[in-house]
Design a binder for this molecule. Structure first.
Ligand SMILES: Cc1cc2nc3c(=O)[nH]c(=O)nc-3n(C[C@H](O)[C@H](O)[C@H](O)COP(=O)(O)O)c2cc1C
Length: 377
């Protein structure tokens, strides 16, 4: 039986089905979001790449360009990386005052050493007072624009923060929380512990709780809802090179039969569409270069031979892509071994923190040097 997903609202917006494209730096630009929306529901939620508050305040040209949405994209959902309540408020005032987005998600899940070493990303919720001040600053500056908060389980198994983070975000007026059910020390390795999503759902009762981690198929999404009672699912790596996963998720949550994966001919058409959207957004040269990182994901498991695979991975123009797509055998069905985990996995590692970071969780001091200028991770 299809698990019943209660109607999800994030502030004023219905999210139906309750499926969210996870923010992914270097991936979820306007082209990829458009493609996912074409397969999924226009009323699901598709979050942009991470944008840093400092870069907005400085009006960094590249960052301002990254805050690009499709003409009919609604709500325009952006993700903010931030470590300082004052910069947060200033950045949110710019976003809202200049009508640049309809929803702001806050990133407290980044496990990258260069970020945690300074106290940013997944290190930050350990400082409960500072975390509270940042969320509060964002919510107050955002006015009617809903703010949501995304975080991990904690720094590591000895420093678990997600239940406090959830309650604090709820208390400060966040409109939903999302949990990537791994610690920062796990990075992307091992398995997400979905039982923690269930625990968070028990702790946070007045706003939606979204579950994230290791949804690689529509069946995984149904299982997460069934096992955790979460109000919606956030899907990241599962849709790398598989934007049609949104078609499958839509079917699963509306009780329709889950369609088969695309044939090789269809994959050729889909990656051509992706290329065209990227060329519109970035220009043909940059757009096709950006597409290269998606090629191995799109073609995974299809028997096309090493040489053609290599030429796809180096494609540099739309005409060349059309020639390559013309060489694909259109009727090859979607391969079973393209299923399962994909995207980065890596290995666990100790989380590097600033000196003395764990001494006082109530300390509200803004960490020095943790602001990032570079949007997109
Ligand atoms: C390439 C890549 C980039 C990511 N960038 C961000 C980001 O900018 N902001 C964020 O909150 N999470 C980011 N994440 C984490 C995802 O949003 C998500 O939480 C994580 O991948 C777990 O979900 P999954 O198992 O469905 O992939 C990124 C993940 C990947 C693989």
């Amino acid at each position: 039986m299809t698990p019943r997903l209660p109607a999800l609202r994030i502030g004023p917006y219905p999210v139906d089905p309750a499926v969210v494209l996870a923010p992914m730096a270097g991936i979820t630009n306007v082209a990829f979001r458009t493609l996912c929306r074409e397969f999924g529901s226009p009323t699901s939620l598709y979050v942009c790449e991470m944008i840093t508050a400092r870069a907005i305040v400085e009006r960094d040209a590249k960052t301002m360009e990254m805050i690009t949405f499709g003409a009919d994209e609604h709500p325009r959902s952006m993700q903010l990386y931030t470590v300082d309540p004052a910069t947060t408020a200033e950045a949110v005032r710019i976003i809202v005052g200049e009508d640049r987005a309809d929803h702001i998600d806050m990133n407290f899940g980044c496990p990258v050493p260069k970020v945690t070493r300074k106290g940013g990303g997944a290190a930050l919720p350990y400082k409960r007072g500072l975390f509270r001040n940042i969320v509060s600053a964002a919510v107050r500056a955002a006015g009617d624009v809903p703010v949501t908060v995304k975080f991990r389980v904690g720094i590591d198994e000895e420093h678990i923060t997600y239940l406090d983070a959830g309650r604090i975000a709820e208390g400060e007026g966040a409109r939903a929380v999302a949990l990537h059910a791994r610690t920062a020390a796990q990075r992307y390795s091992g398995e997400a512990d979905w039982s923690r999503i269930a625990r968070l759902k028990e702790a946070v009762t007045s706003i939606p709780v979204l579950g994230n981690g290791d949804i690689f198929s529509a069946a995984d999404a149904l299982k997460m809802v069934e096992q955790t009672g979460c109000d919606g699912v956030v899907v990241g790596r599962g849709c790398l090179g598989r934007p049609w996963l949104f078609r499958e998720l839509h079917a699963a949550f509306t009780g329709a039969p889950i369609p088969d994966g695309p044939s090789l001919g269809e994959v050729g058409r889909i990656l051509t569409r992706h290329a065209e959207l990227l060329a519109d957004h970035l220009g043909e040269d940059k757009g096709l270069r950006d597409l290269r990182k998606h090629m191995a994901w799109y073609l995974r498991g299809f028997p096309i031979g090493a040489s053609l695979r290599q030429r796809f991975a180096l494609v540099s123009g739309l005409a060349e892509l059309a020639d390559l797509v013309g060489e694909l055998e259109p009727d090859v069905p979607y391969p079973a071994d393209a299923e399962g985990p994909r995207g980065r996995q890596g290995s666990p590692g100790r989380v590097v923190l600033p000196d003395g970071w764990l001494d006082d969780p109530e300390d509200t001091a803004v960490p020095v040097g943790a602001e990032l200028m570079h949007s997109g991770g």
